[in-house]
Design a binder for this molecule. Structure first.
Ligand code: NAD
Ligand code: UFG
Length: 330
């Protein structure tokens, strides 16, 4: 049985569908801070399978312990966490307590119940401001905000756990920029309030909720002057977790992988592809650069291909089409 934390969230719900379709048994939990029970129902209907689900909180160890008592858990896939960079700067303790203390609580329960396998949602943010691209897993690590620090600290905690217990096995998955949605349109990303990330902002502009998209700088040293990122379809990302679970079942210790496509697309690439494939307008205005943004970030995903046999399949058009079909009528 695989425990999926943060299961009703954006990446958790897509991964739950992939795990169930691959024949794995799962139990999920979430505190619904950034999601709702609707996603749990959608996962059941998309996979055609039912599974146990709990409302529980990483910060409340008793709420999680019920799950460990009632199920024979072999591995944990840990998505639960807070992820808004700006909010983490304003409320660092909220982030440190939720993400770091919460993960320590989860690890204590794993130790108590003898669960030895852990897949962690890390982020390309741990590369800080990379000196060059493509970025491989051996690049130096640093952070520029409390959210990034929580990812880096948790990576360190998990490395220490593997040193202390030779039976423990961990996959640190460093996601690049996940976008897109399940082809059914039943699950996807629907952030509360005004989103910070590019794809949700493009969607809000196309819907008319935002009058015009703000392009943060067109004077970067990139082919068209706008920022370049490695956008990856959330369904490809979900499959990466299945490959990582297989790997840590075979090999103990720490295994670190970039999950990206290896391709960089600019802000203009995203805007124009989105407008074209969906037949919508995305008006935009060029503004000054956003503080803290790097010009260009994309992965070298070759380690995941060589060791996990995993690589991204879906292209930018699929990402743009599926994002829109999920959100357009919401
Ligand atoms: P999400 O907010 O959609 O999902 C996270 C889920 O965790 C939410 O459903 C939320 O309610 C839940 N949660 C938060 N705190 C909790 C707590 N204390 N107890 C129980 N549940 C809690 O975010 P996502 O995009 O699906 O991200 C999943 C993971 O991947 C996160 O750890 C995030 O930091 C990481 N990540 C995301 C991205 C991205 O761009 N989406 C990039 C890199 C890494
Ligand atoms: N951008 C705009 N206008 C917007 C929003 C974004 O031009 O309204 C640009 C940014 O300047 C950047 C690109 O679009 O060049 C992507 O920005 P996002 O905010 O979508 O993503 P980031 O790469 O800045 O950051 C995201 C997550 C981080 C994570 C990082 C790497 O927000 O938490 O990906 O995984 F660390």
């Amino acid at each position: 049985m695989i425990l999926v934390t943060g299961m009703s969230g954006y990446i958790g719900s897509h991964t739950a569908v992939a795990l169930l379709k691959a024949g794995k048994d799962i139990v999920g939990f979430d505190n619904f801070y950034n999601s709702s029970f609707e996603a749990v129902k959608a996962v059941e209907s998309l996979s055609g399978r039912s599974f146990p689900f709990y409302e529980a909180d990483l910060r409340d160890i008793d709420s999680m312990e019920r799950i460990f008592k009632e199920h024979n858990i072999d591995a944990v896939v840990h998505f639960a966490g807070l992820k808004a960079v700006g909010e983490s700067v304003a409320k660092p303790l909220f982030y440190y307590e939720n993400n770091i203390c919460g993960t320590v609580n989860l690890l204590k329960l794993m130790e108590k119940y003898g669960v030895m396998r852990f897949v962690f949602s890390s982020s390309a943010t741990v590369y800080g401001e990379p000196k060059s691209v493509p970025i491989n897993e051996d690049f130096p690590l640093s952070t520029t905000n409390p959210y990034g620090s929580t990812k880096l600290y948790i990576e360190g905690i998990l490395k220490d756990m593997c040193k202390a217990n030779k039976e423990f096995s961990v996959a640190l998955l460093r996601y690049f920029n996940p976008i897109g949605a399940h082809e059914s349109g039943l699950i996807g990303e629907n952030p509360n309030g005004i989103p910070n990330n590019l794809m949700p902002r493009i969607c809000q502009t196309a819907k008319g909720i935002m009058k015009s998209l703000t392009v943060f700088g067109d004077d970067y040293p990139t082919p068209d002057g706008t920022g370049v990122r490695d956008y990856i379809h959330v369904c490809d990302l979900a499959d990466g977790h299945i490959a990582a679970l297989d790997k840590i079942e075979k090999d103990t210790g720490v295994h670190i992988y970039n999950l990206g496509t290896g391709k960089g697309y600019s802000v203009y690439d995203l805007i124009h592809t989105f407008a074209r494939v969906n037949g919508v307008e995305v008006p935009y205005t060029v503004c000054p650069r956003r503080p803290g943004d790097v010009p260009e970030m994309y992965s070298d995903p070759s380690k995941a291909k060589a060791e996990l046999g995993w690589e991204a399949r879906l292209g930018l058009e699929d990402m743009c089409r599926s994002s829109w079909s999920f959100i357009k009528d919401k």
